[in-house]
Design a protein around this ligand. Structure first.
Ligand code: SAM
Ligand code: SF4
Length: 384
């Protein structure tokens, strides 16, 4: 059996509030009512981090991601306090990527300068669309003009590493509208674009009452194909199911997830995955979801929603679920050190997927073919 070798480590920080809840969103996010307890939340994050530290003694953090919710609701001083507390307790790589998610409806100039001064070096904007009708139907708090202005504010504050989140197959959207959204994104010259198909998630308003005019599967496929071509033409390399980047601008934090790297997750509902070298185990740990419950318990075992050890038999499926999202696929040597299993364990499934035309396999690497990407669920289920 190969040894499990701890992979690069990332830190995820969950900030759970939004101005108001969007009707399509099933993230652990909560509409803000009244004043938000920023200081108490930051103090709870520090306690949560301290409680998790024994899992990662001596390891270096390669990326940090402030996700939400809407992290840009937090003042820069709060982000600065979290980053200084984290860097006092963990070794940060000098080139660590530090991303903060922002909603264009919460943008102020001073705030971006403050985030930069705090050490944030990448902003990920939830744009969704540049069409004001689509934005309204999505229940967004900003219009397209505010979205463009917010991106420019961040650029003026010195951020050159920006991601724009766009969604497609939106209520009332046709192909030309989806293409126009991309053209308006290109005009802002972001380093990275995430292009997600709108999905109706259980436990959302859209799921209970689907809006009129959602494109059918054929139109959604058409939009996806045309948009992929536009993105490629504009110099954005398609490197993961929904992620496109200029050369050298792939998201290091998400890449680490997809490569089955490790991450600590702090904050309400945050998930972590940590390889414990000494025990030759992989631990998943998640925190209580509700902000008030989590805050009250942070720093104690009561804040932990659960701990799960990933049995060796589950690891091939988990690994494939992540690694096969990447166009580059993975190296068989990485599969071995990150799952602690010999490649022989997946040889039969790999051969089956290769014979079906789903995977390209050689002695060193495995990568999904275009067909394999289209039938991703079938490919992954071979490894169950
Ligand atoms: C946590 S949100 C990020 C930023 C911020 N909260 C905002 O919305 O402006 C992450 C992204 O996931 C995408 N997303 C959320 N719900 C989705 C859904 N139901 N289907 C597809 N994409 C979704 C959106 O593009 C969103 O920007
Ligand atoms: S999409 Fe973003 S802003 Fe809307 S509720 Fe979800 S996390 Fe909040």
């Amino acid at each position: 059996m190969p040894d499990l070798i701890p992979p690069p480590l990332s830190l995820y920080v969950h900030l759970p509030w939004c101005v108001r809840k969007c009707p399509y969103c099933d993230f652990n996010s909560h509409g803000a009512r009244g004043e938000l307890p920023f200081d108490d939340y930051v103090a709870a994050l520090v306690r949560d981090l301290e409680h998790d530290l024994p899992l990662v003694w001596g390891r270096t953090v390669h990326s940090v991601f402030f996700g939400g919710g809407t992290p840009s609701l937090f003042p820069a001083a709060a982000i600065e306090a979290i980053l200084s507390a984290a860097s006092a307790r963990l070794r940060f790589a000098p080139d660590a990527e530090i991303t903060l998610e922002a909603n264009p409806g919460t943008a102020e100039h001073d705030r971006f300068e403050g985030y930069r001064a705090a050490g944030v070096n990448r902003i990920s904007f939830g744009i969704q669309s540049f069409d004001d009708g689509c934005l309204q139907r999505l229940g967004r708090i900003h219009d397209s003009r505010e979205a463009e202005a917010a991106v420019k504010l961040a650029q003026d504050a010195g951020f050159d590493n920006l991601n724009l989140d766009l969604m497609y197959a939106l209520p009332g959207q046709d192909l030309a509208m989806a293409e126009r959204d991309l053209e308006r994104a290109f005009a802002l010259q972001p380093a990275h674009i995430s292009h997600y198909q709108l999905t109706l998630e259980p436990n959302t308003v859209f799921y209970a009452r689907p809006p009129q005019g959602i494109p059918d599967d054929d139109l959604a496929w058409d939009i996806q194909e045309h948009c992929q071509a536009l993105l490629a033409g504009a110099g954005y390399g398609h490197y993961e199911t929904s992620a496109y980047a200029r050369p050298g601008r792939q998201c290091a934090h998400n890449l680490n997830y997809w490569r089955y790297g490790d991450y600590l997750g702090i904050g309400a509902g945050a998930h972590g995955k940590i390889t414990l070298g000494a025990e030759q185990a992989i631990l998943r740990r998640w925190k209580h979801k509700h902000p008030a419950t989590w805050m009250a318990a942070a720093g104690t075992d009561q804040a932990i929603g659960g701990n799960d050890r990933i049995a060796p038999a589950q690891r091939p499926f988990e690994y494939m679920l992540n690694a096969l999202r990447l166009h580059e696929g993975f190296a068989l040597a990485d599969f071995e050190v990150r799952t602690g299993l010999p490649r022989a364990r997946i040889a039969a499934a790999l051969e089956q997927a290769r014979a079906n035309g789903w995977l390209q396999v050689d002695d060193v690497r495995v990568a999904p073919t275009a067909l394999g990407r289209r039938f991703a669920n079938d490919v992954i289920s071979l490894f169950l």
